[in-house]
Design a protein around this ligand. Structure first.
Ligand SMILES: Nc1nc2c(c(=O)[nH]1)N[C@H]1C(S)=C(S)[C@@H](COP(=O)(O)OP(=O)(O)OC[C@H]3O[C@@H](n4cnc5c(=O)[nH]c(N)nc54)[C@H](O)[C@@H]3O)O[C@H]1N2
Ligand SMILES: Nc1nc2c(c(=O)[nH]1)N[C@H]1C(S)=C(S)[C@@H](COP(=O)(O)OP(=O)(O)OC[C@H]3O[C@@H](n4cnc5c(=O)[nH]c(N)nc54)[C@H](O)[C@@H]3O)O[C@H]1N2
Ligand SMILES: [Mo]
Length: 825
């Protein structure tokens, strides 16, 4: 048998040699062994240290794998393959064993790979769109059908007749290369993936980041925290690979505070659960800021040296005063921020000032200026703890208590999830909470983090290599996903006519993420050809005109690129052959590119492409060792503690207590609804777009709440990652069907009992699911955990009632921002 490469970088021969003794020692008969004539198996195989023989005498081969769904964890996997079949998935061994983890989703991947419902062959729709009637076609026919139409449409309408949508189905690098090459050649229209952008906006504009690495400490640093506040995060369900560090911290006495309207799995582990009124988080954190200032818990030294607090903001345009404002001859290189020296009360360049003023309004050479600190203080002043108590429905004593614990039981960390994110205006919550870390210096130290514990973020996705001597067909433009219903009706986007006729969707369930699903289904009537590439059916594939089957993650080689929690690059071996007629995304892109008549745009194998992307040295290292320490490749990007050297990944290298240049979350190319940025420099509060069903904080409830009194959110399901594990049998045993969680009071008021079929509806549509009555749900809030596709609902889908209204400040799908009514079916 040919020598195969194993997980952990051993060749199969070396592997056998080094573990021969273990194999012998492990031949105790288990039940399976007895049936199979006592073949060696069991412990040795389980620990990954030995070989085992199947009933037929075949050996188990081990391959390196990485879990690449969008749960942001990216576990290293040990793939057990016997007779060419994936028989088992266990955790791989990281270079640093504290990161070794696997979850039930990873372990159940063989069931996903061998799911009989996989898309097996290229297929063409024969019935109505969405009717589920298909005919099998050959790859040749599929590629010719697509590219003949693309070519004709490009000829007739230009390259903007071709569009693309992709999301986060696979965080491997090959997919990025595949789509990158296609888009590099054809250009066309990119429908943006507008998800989690209120979060991105708030987090990045206040804390910044280095290159592509995010802005939290390494997750293993949780153990050093004495207090952790979880905000809008059901950590025990959405980040369970990291929970062991939190648990370890807790065993050492760390206090856990959980801010969540629902008594969640994470809240159940808390020392203090803060049952906040949904969407009012900014108010709570601004009130905490006021307490911190009043009690003198601020770390002034930290504010002066690590934040923009002492910088002077010009009244005329809300930007910082710089040397270049005062002297036009100062170039970019010599420019600096101006501060007021505390000793002389004179304006000086910040680099020349050991002790700047934190407060004050001044007149500097005709400019009226105020310190960033004062603008922050002024912004939060109205949000007293008494006001917050009423607005957030949290007792004053509790606000006092959590502020005291956060400030005095240090080092303290914030962990900020996305439960409070998915509503309009949510970026303000991140500005307000990050400010607490800046005020108290609980950031940039061991045990003190505020950013997102995804420090590896998007590093090392290779740039798309140019093609010498061949011009692309055209440019790529980006348009907002949430404008698509309107766009398909009018063909008009931001005042421009776009002749979009064709859309290719890969690695994204657009019809699931979009919201207002029935309107989208209707709107795409004007789309002439929808091509979807996936290995399984989802809400989007159902409406495809041409379906192309791609490989699941272990059927082709790849590198875990951008959604990993750990400071390593991971190799994905090709562990098994592609099933049925599946082809990898790269292979499909290559076929399309060649059929378009541009073979020079893809004359590599997938392996050559990955090697070119990473460079031969790194690629060889990856192929041999499978798990490679990232800093070796990404100089200066990796920080175990974000900002530990006092340098932060922002324009000014300081933390933004005041945001000089509010950014968009998502693509710059996409216009925001509201171009007035003046309200985005400091924390504040605006209620969400729709899900505001109580009068609070002086804001009248949304009148729509008279008709639809329940605010509906979607938690991220424990036994899934979006829809991509929706049809895995083991996981469905644990969580069989879509349901809606409601409070006992709301259930009683509607005569609903546990397990009843209920209709969840609003003006956009309706869905029928089973009711789950949950003591931990507050009155007025309902929750439908995400993770199921439409075929799994009794009828409809969450997406039929879901809001598709964009945010005001950034393009974003606000999946928790809707009102509904619920009644017995
Ligand atoms: N198992 C699993 N893990 C996942 C995913 C998955 O699908 N499944 N998806 C991944 C992705 S893409 C994401 S974005 C994350 C999301 O995961 P999380 O960041 O944990 O976010 P959610 O699950 O949406 O909601 C978390 C909590 O926020 C609470 N919440 C709702 N509204 C508010 C509010 O206004 N204020 C506060 N303070 N809390 C509120 C909810 O009650 C819920 O308990 O998980 C990632 N990890
Ligand atoms: N209704 C609703 N919608 C939501 C959310 C919600 O809670 N509710 N959550 C939102 C959030 S926070 C996020 S981050 C997004 C994520 O949105 P998506 O990225 O769209 O979600 P997934 O279901 O993870 O992946 C989409 C598809 O990618 C496919 N896929 C996986 N690997 C590959 C591959 O190698 N090649 C190809 N071609 N396809 C592959 C999967 O089979 C799956 O069908 O969802 C958003 N949408
Ligand atoms: Mo997400």
């Amino acid at each position: 048998m040919a020598e195969k490469t194993m997980a952990k970088g051993l060749t199969r021969r070396a592997f056998l040699k080094s573990t021969g003794a273990a194999v012998g020692a492990a031949s105790t008969c288990g039940m399976l062994g007895a049936l199979a004539g006592c073949a060696p198996q069991g412990d040795a195989e389980k620990s990954g240290e030995g070989e085992s023989l199947s009933a037929t005498g075949s050996e188990t081969l081990h391959f390196a794998g990485s879990c690449r769904g969008n749960c942001n964890q990216g576990c290293f996997l040990d793939l057990h393959v016997r007779d060419g079949k994936l028989v088992r998935v266990t955790n791989g061994e990281f270079l640093d064993p504290q990161y070794n983890r696997i979850c039930f989703k990873g372990m159940s991947l063989p069931q996903r790979v061998y799911n009989p419902d996989r898309i097996k062959y290229p297929m063409r729709r024969v019935g109505e769109r969405g009717s589920g009637e298909w005919e099998r076609i050959s790859w040749d026919e599929a590629i010719a059908t697509i590219t003949d139409k693309w070519k004709a449409d490009i000829e007739k309408y230009g390259n903007q007749s071709i569009g693309w949508y992709t999301a986060a189905g696979n965080s491997g690098v090959a997919l990025t290369i595949a789509l990158g090459r296609l888009q590099g050649l054809i250009g066309g229209v990119q429908i943006a993936y507008d998800v989690d952008n209120e979060f991105n906006k708030g987090m990045l504009e206040s804390l910044g980041r280095f290159k592509k690495v995010f802005n939290g400490n390494d997750p293993s640093d949780y153990v050093n925290a004495k207090t952790i506040i979880f905000i809008g995060s059901n950590f025990t369900d959405s980040r369970y690979q990291e929970w062991h560090w939190v648990h370890e911290a807790q065993e050492k006495g760390c206090k856990l505070i959980v801010v969540d309207p629902k008594f969640s799995g994470t809240a159940a582990k808390a020392d203090i659960w803060v049952p906040i009124r949904p969407a009012t988080d900014p108010i709570l954190f601004m009130a905490m800021g006021n307490i911190i200032i009043e009690k003198g818990w601020t770390d002034e030294e930290f504010l002066k040296t690590n934040t923009v607090a002492p910088f002077l903001v010009k009244e005329e345009d809300q930007t910082f005063l710089r040397k270049s404002d005062l002297d036009a001859t100062v170039g970019e290189e010599d420019d600096d921020l101006i501060v007021i020296d505390a000793a002389t009360k004179e304006p000086v360049a910040s680099k020349e000032c050991a002790d700047p003023m934190l407060t004050g309004t001044y007149e500097v050479e005709g400019f009226k200026v105020t310190t960033g600190y004062d603008l922050y203080v002024e912004a939060i002043a109205p949000y007293t703890k008494e006001y917050a108590a009423e607005a957030c429905n949290v007792p004053v004593e509790m606000i006092d208590e959590i502020t005291e614990v956060y400030c005095t039981n240090t080092p303290s960390s914030l962990y900020q999830g996305l439960g409070h994110e998915h509503r309009q205006n949510a970026h303000k919550a991140y500005l307000a909470s990050n400010a607490l870390a800046m005020l108290t210096g609980n950031i940039g130290k061991s045990g003190a983090s505020a950013g997102f514990y995804r420090p590896r973020g998007t590093y090392n996705v290779p740039d798309i290599l140019p093609v010498e001597g061949s011009e692309p067909i055209g440019e790529l433009v980006e348009i907002s996903s949430s404008e698509m219903v309107k766009f398909f009706e009018t063909g008009d986007y931001a005042g421009e006519k776009i002749p979009l006729k064709n859309l290719l969707v890969m690695s994204g369930d657009w019809f699931h993420t979009h919201g207002n699903r029935q309107a989208l289904i209707k709107a795409i009537d004007s789309l002439e050809m929808l091509v979807v590439i996936d290995f399984q059916m989802n809400d989007t594939t159902r409406y495809a005109d041409i379906l192309l089957p791609c490989t699941d993650w272990f059927e082709e080689m790849d590198v875990q690129g951008w959604k990993t929690l750990y400071p390593f690059l991971l190799m994905q071996d090709k562990a098994i052959d592609p099933l049925y007629e599946a082809k990898s995304d790269c292979e499909i892109a290559k076929l399309l590119i060649h059929a378009m008549g541009y073979p020079e745009w893809w004359d590599w194998t997938q392996e050559e492409m990955l090697e070119a992307a990473y460079g031969t040295e790194m690629w060889n290292d990856l192929k041999e060792n499978k798990c490679v320490w990232a800093p070796y490749h990404v100089e200066n990007d990796y920080h175990y503690i974000y900002g530990e050297d006092g340098v932060w990944g922002t324009d000014t290298t300081k933390l933004n207590l005041y945001v000089e240049k509010p950014i968009r979350g998502g693509s710059d190319a996409i216009p925001c609804k509201e171009n007035d940025l003046s309200w985005q420099h400091v924390p504040g509060f605006r209620p969400p777009h729709e899900a505001w069903n109580q009068t609070a904080a002086g804001f009248e409830k949304n009148p729509l709440a008279d008709k639809y009194p329940l605010s509906l959110m979607q938690e991220h399901a424990k036994y899934g990652t979006q829809t991509q594990f929706s049809h895995v049998p083991n996981l469905r045993e644990l969580d069989p069907e879509p349901s809606v969680f409601i409070s006992p009071a709301d259930a009683e008021a509607r005569g609903i009992e546990e397990g009843d079929e209920v209709r969840v509806f609003n003006d956009r549509g309706e869905t029928v699911v089973r009711a789950r009555i949950h003591n931990g749900m507050p009155q007025g809030l309902a929750s439908m955990p995400n993770g199921f596709t439409a075929d799994q609902y009794i009828s409809g889908s969450i997406c039929d009632v879901m809001n598709d209204e964009d945010s005001a400040a950034c393009p974003n799908f606000n999946i928790n921002d809707q009102l509904v009514e619920i009644e017995k079916h």
